[in-house]
Design a protein around this ligand. Sequence first.
Ligand SMILES: CC(C)(COP(=O)(O)OP(=O)(O)OC[C@H]1O[C@@H](n2cnc3c(N)ncnc32)[C@H](O)[C@@H]1OP(=O)(O)O)[C@@H](O)C(=O)NCCC(=O)NCCS
Length: 403
Amino acid sequence: MRHTAKDPRLAQAPSDAIDWTEERVETARLLLRPWAMADAPAVQAACADEQSQHWLPLPSPYTFADAERWVTEGGQLLRRDRSGLQCAVVERATEQLVGSCGVRLHPSRRACAEIGYWVSPWARGRRYAAEAVDGLCRWSYDHGVARVELLAAVPNVASQRVAMRAGFVREGLVRSAARAGTESVDAVVFSRLATDPGTPAARPLPDLDEVDDGVVSVRPVRVGDEDAVLDERSDAEARRWATGARTWLRDDVERLVRSAASAWLAGVEARFAVVETASQEYVGSVGLRMTMPAFGVAELGYGMRARWRRRGYMTRALALVTAWAFQRAGLVRLELGTAADNLASQRTAPDDDRLAQPPRAEGWHGRRRRYNPGIGPSSALPDAAWTPRASTKIHRTPLRPSR
Ligand SMILES: CC(C)(COP(=O)(O)OP(=O)(O)OC[C@H]1O[C@@H](n2cnc3c(N)ncnc32)[C@H](O)[C@@H]1OP(=O)(O)O)[C@@H](O)C(=O)NCCC(=O)NCCS
């Protein structure tokens, strides 16, 4: 059943007519039911798991007594208060416990609710979380809820994938609103409205494992790349040409690396590591930032670690990224802003046909345009020592087939 924004039931939720303590929800493969004493051993095993401990605010170590308290008290609280539905998620075919999913009504705006979940380690990878979330959302909308909200820690990509698969829309970032181990981290806030279609969200930047031309490969930047990223960005030459002449600290790099997968998933930016095929060393990086997503336009930025410069690696990496951007992601224009006197950067992206070796089919449009010499950092950027210089903008679009 679909509700419209004017549906009077959306103002007051949810109905008092249901027996909250007994309420159950069924999906194609799952049953969401009240917690029972017999669930305690499986709850203990799932909550003691490393991933659950890392992402969820659970007692540590998680004992059998904690599990008993959850199934008899914690997991029953919302139902008793009529303020939400905490459910054990059970596989219908086997009756095995495979996770937990709960929806909690906002204390004053009861047409709004928040959803949370975990899946037992033995049942992960079967897309159960998205199915349970979808089921509980539908139950919520049928009982007058207008908006279900979901928070996922920025580095918790699996959870963000669950949200997107279950038809949630990414709204933005909330600071320090989630946990990762003992740390407090920023979270992505998603919502799904009763009026939303509930279909998986579009992905402007498709997933990429790795592409290789035999000499270098490009793959997403990932946790473990921090030292190399810091080395790349600390080098004097890199700092000389960087917009804003920013000094990168270890913390900045860690934040950048840990948010890379989330930014990719959101279609904000694809951060590629350039890897030397022979040594498997991270030798540099390319960033592709969507500047006009609605028009398929993105801006490239790149940097090479000092030891690996002048080997043609970045030219190769840009050819791989460009082919991916035009052929896989369907972008229509890539732009590259460099300082007018940064000749090394411009030669990496030449305006002749040298790049158009395999994977080819495109050529650089060679129109170079000087624009506003004042272009540079806003006053909000940390280092004031940056001197504005003239910039060159190069752009590239896929070649149109000749008629
Ligand atoms: C997050 C969690 C609930 C996902 O449950 P699940 O049923 O295994 O989810 P799925 O099988 O649908 O996998 C989710 C997606 O993440 C991907 N994924 C799984 N593990 C991943 C990882 N470590 N890194 C990146 N992606 C990962 C899967 O490929 C899948 O992507 P796709 O659906 O786009 O193909 C489960 O991993 C979990 O319980 N984690 C610990 C608790 C937690 O994080 N809860 C959420 C708090 S907000």
